[in-house]
Design a protein around this ligand. Structure first.
Ligand code: DSN
Length: 410
């Protein structure tokens, strides 16, 4: 029986969320819309099966089709990124990074990564996360003036710290990563090099951000962000780390893989091989640049002055607003962003001095430069008039009207 008929109570919540996603501007840069194909792929009988182990070497019988679909997902992931080895079983972003540390490090080993408060990620050694408790993370940051990574300065820090592993990648850094330069820095210190490209994986596949794969020992990515796959993880590595990575995922940190998600990942990887995907990634970056320029023209200060990728950080201190207040005001007007620390933020992460916003989901909907300029006008109206509820309601109505012109895929 259709679940909407079977359970109207739960279905009503789903209907409300569908309406929210249709009628608001999803501008949290880590969010996106899956295609209808990928959404449907997750609701298949692959979810009924245990498949602990690897293709051809399972701990359960009845895995012939599990082997086939996992091999297909692996082959497509390797082709898509030009990688020597792929593990498609990691259940999420945190799981994939735990697995990599488990494969490459011993507890107490020294690792360097970007500070969470300057754009890194919880699993990159935050003291409140397993990573910061099990391993000795030393963080690098961005330059106070340019708000960019100063590679000469970081190279000196690496020489001093001599980490076993360097983690590159971020959740809130609007500039390119020069992975070739990071390789040179790692080699000089005899360190392994990892890139967590969860945010920019789609951009890498689309050719609008340099690829880390030729330069890094291991590359991790979630599959649900710019890549537009299901909510899951992917680990790519050089052949010499293949066995260690596979063993770290299972039996190291996980049990049975979610084979319905592996099925959906295989399909998402096929979608990402198409020309339409490349065009969407180009539009994502173009839109981010249009939006950044328009916000700057409205007087907003962007961290590092702009963006090279899909996201930007707005420093709200001159407006006298916190990130928390601004994100709530914008949500009430149908513009959904997240509060975010800015580099050297004087406020706590729960309050913050900035907001983080991005263009992946809007670009998936087909929006372009005209819409970015309009959105900047609305953000200006809301944040420069925080007490004007009438104005906010009018913006919310206009946002709804725009959203209806750009239906959500699927
Ligand atoms: N929560 C993700 C983000 O928003 O960037 C990272 O895990």
């Amino acid at each position: 029986m259709d679940f909407r008929q079977f359970d109207p109570e739960a279905a009503a919540i789903l209907t409300a969320e569908e309406a929210r996603q249709n009628d608001t501007l999803m501008m949290i840069p880590s969010e996106n819309y899956m295609s209808a194909t990928v959404t449907a792929a997750q609701a298949t009988v692959f979810g009924n099966k245990y498949a602990e182990g690897m293709p051809g070497a399972r701990y359960y019988n009845g895995c012939v089709h599990m082997d086939a679909i996992e091999r297909l997902a692996i082959t497509r992931a390797k082709t898509l990124f030009g990688a020597e080895h792929a593990n498609v079983q990691a259940l999420s972003g945190a799981a994939m990074n735990i697995a990599v540390y488990h494969a490459l490090l011993e507890p107490g080993d020294t690792v360097m990564a970007l500070d969470l408060n300057q754009g890194g990620h919880l699993t990159h050694g935050s003291p409140v996360n397993f990573s910061g408790r099990i391993y000795k993370f030393v963080h690098y940051g961005v330059d106070r003036d340019s708000e960019r990574l100063d590679l000469a300065c970081i190279a000196q820090q690496v020489r001093d710290v001599r980490p076993k592993l360097i983690v590159t990648g971020a959740t809130a850094y609007p500039r390119f990563w020069d992975f070739a330069a990071w390789r040179r820095i790692a080699d000089e210190a005899g360190a392994l090099l990892m890139a967590d490209i969860s945010h920019i994986a789609g951009l890498v596949v689309g050719g609008v951000h340099p690829s880390p794969v030729p330069h890094c020992d291991v590359v991790t990515t979630t599959t649900q962000k710019t890549l537009r796959g299901p909510r899951s993880g992917l680990i790519l590595c050089r052949s010499k780390f293949a066995q260690a990575i596979d063993k770290a995922v299972f039996p190291g940190i996980q049990g049975g893989p979610h084979m319905h998600t592996v099925f959906a990942k295989a399909i998402a990887f096929k979608e990402a091989m198409g020309e339409g995907f490349r065009a969407t990634q180009q539009r994502t970056v173009d839109n981010a640049q249009h939006l950044a320029a328009a916000l700057s023209a409205h007087g907003f200060r962007l961290v590092s002055g702009g963006t090279d990728n899909h996201l930007m950080l707005v420093d709200l201190r001159a407006l006298g607003l916190t990130g928390k207040v601004a994100a709530n005001l914008l949500e009430a007007a149908g513009i959904v962003v997240n509060k975010n620390t800015i580099p050297y933020d004087p406020k706590t992460p729960a309050i913050c001095s900035g907001i983080r916003l991005g263009t992946p989901a809007l670009s998936t909907r087909g929006m372009g430069a005209t819409e970015m300029e309009q959105i900047a006008v609305w953000i200006d109206e809301v944040l420069h008039h925080p007490d004007d509820a009438t104005r906010h309601n009018r913006v919310a109505a206009e946002v709804r009207e725009l959203c209806r012109r750009f239906p959500v895929p699927g």
